[in-house]
Design a protein around this ligand. Structure first.
Ligand code: COI
Length: 341
C-alpha cells in the first residue's frame, strides 16, 4: 500500500486507493475480469462520446469500518439500482446490476487496508463513460463504454467538519437538466457550478446553494434538504426534478422509526422564515452524511436557524444514521453489506 495523507488533512476526494475495478462494453455486455487492477490512467479516444456528448454517470457510496473491526458497505443495493437506472435514462449501454455489485465489493476488498477508522470512511465512486469514438453520434447513444470503480479514503466533505452550514436560496436558476434531474450525471453538477461560484465570490460564508427554482425547494448542489422539529421531518416529494438521495431515503426511514412524522411535499422558500424561528434544517447525502444548517440567506434576509447551532433533532438523526453505518447499532433495514477486510 502506498503511503497516503490523513484524509482529514486534505480536501474530500483528492486521494485515491491503490486498486480499482474496470469493465468494458463493446457493442455487447460489460466484460469484467473479476479482479482489481492498479489505480491508473485510462487511454480513450479524443473522439470518445463522453467528451463531446456528456455520456457520463456516477455513484457515491461508502464502506465503513465497523466497531467490531469488520467492514461493510452502506446501501450497496440501492446505489447499484440507481446507477442501473441512470445508465438507462442516459442511454448508456445497460449495466448488469450484479456485475456492478461485484465490482464495488472487489474494489473495496482490494483497498480494505486503506479504510480509515470512523469518523473517516472509504468513499466508493462507480463511474460509467461512453467511449465510442464517433463525433457524429450527437443524436445516437455510445455503443462502447467503460465502467469503473475507484475508492478514496475520506474525512469530512465540508471543510471544518460537523458545523452549522450557510445556504443561499436561489429561486431562479435551475440546478438540473429538467428531464434528468434524478440522474446522477456530471451534467447536473455542471449546471450548479457557475451560479454557486458566482454566489460564493460575493460571500465566502456560503457553503451550498439551495435550489428553489420557481419557489420550489428541491436540493443543494451536493445534497438533499430537510426541515425538522421535535415532531416531524419535512423534505421535497420525489419527482424527476432532483436527485433521489439514498441518504435521503435512509433519513426518512430512520426518522419514521424514531417516531417522527415524515412529510414529503413541496416546500415554498417563504416557509423558511417561520421554520428558522422555531425549527431546524439539515442536508443529507453520502458525502455530506447529515449536516446541520445554521444560516439561510434568502432574498436579502439572513435567517438564523434556531440558535444558529446544530439542532438536537438533527444531531439525533445523524447519530442514529452513523451508528447503523458503523455497526454501533443493529441494522433493522438490512442496509449493511459485509465485505472481507
Ligand atoms: C455524494 O454525496 O456521494 C455525491 O456524489 C456528492 C458529491 C458532490 C461528492
Amino acid at each position: 500500500m502506498t503511503e497516503k495523507p490523513d484524509p482529514f488533512t486534505v480536501p474530500f476526494g483528492t486521494i485515491f486507493c491503490d486498486w480499482m475495478t474496470t469493465a468494458r462494453a463493446d457493442d455487447g455486455p460489460y466484460v469484467y475480469g473479476g479482479v482489481a487492477e492498479p489505480f491508473g490512467d485510462f487511454s480513450i479516444s479524443p473522439a470518445a462520446h463522453v467528451l463531446h456528448y456528456g455520456s457520463a454517470i456516477f455513484e457515491g457510496l461508502k464502506a465503513h469500518r465497523q466497531v467490531d473491526g469488520s467492514l461493510a458497505i452502506f446501501r450497496l443495493d440501492s446505489h447499484v439500482a440507481r446507477m442501473v437506472a441512470s445508465a438507462e435514462r442516459l442511454r448508456l449501454p445497460a449495466i448488469d446490476g450484479d456485475v456492478l455489485y461485484q465490482m464495488s465489493i472487489d474494489a473495496v476488498e482490494a483497498n480494505s487496508g486503506e479504510v480509515p477508522d470512523p469518523p473517516g470512511s472509504l468513499y466508493i465512486r462507480p463511474t460509467l463513460i461512453g467511449t465510442e469514438p464517433d463525433i457524429g453520434a450527437a443524436a445516437r447513444p455510445t455503443r462502447s463504454a467503460l465502467l469503473y470503480v475507484v475508492n478514496c479514503p475520506v474525512g469530512d466533505y465540508f471543510k471544518g467538519g460537523v458545523r452549522p452550514l450557510t445556504l443561499l436560496v436561489e429561486t431562479e436558476i435551475p440546478r438540473t437538466v429538467p428531464q434528468f434531474g434524478m440522474v446522477k450525471c456530471g451534467g447536473n453538477y455542471a449546471m450548479a457550478l457557475a451560479p454557486t461560484l458566482d454566489a460564493m465570490a460575493g460571500n465566502e460564508a456560503i457553503d451550498q446553494m439551495l435550489f428553489a427554482t420557481g419557489g420550489d425547494i428541491t436540493e443543494t448542489g451536493a445534497s438533499n434538504f430537510f426541515l425538522a422539529d421535535d415532531e416531524r421531518v419535512v423534505t421535497r416529494h420525489l419527482d424527476e426534478s432532483f436527485l433521489h438521495g439514498v441518504t435521503r431515503s435512509s433519513v426518512i426511514e430512520l426518522a419514521a422509526s424514531l417516531g417522527y412524522e415524515v412529510e414529503e411535499r413541496s416546500i415554498d422558500p417563504e416557509e423558511l422564515v417561520e421554520w428558522a424561528e422555531r425549527g431546524e434544517a439539515f442536508l443529507s447525502g453520502t458525502a455530506a452524511v447529515l449536516a446541520p444548517v445554521g444560516t439561510i440567506l434568502y432574498e436579502g434576509k439572513t435567517l438564523t436557524v434556531g440558535d444558529g447551532q446544530p439542532g438536537s433533532n438533527t444531531m439525533r438523526l445523524r447519530q442514529a444514521l452513523v451508528d447503523i453505518q458503523i455497526g454501533a447499532a443493529p441494522d433493522p433495514f438490512g442496509w449493511r453489506t459485509p465485505v472481507k477486510g
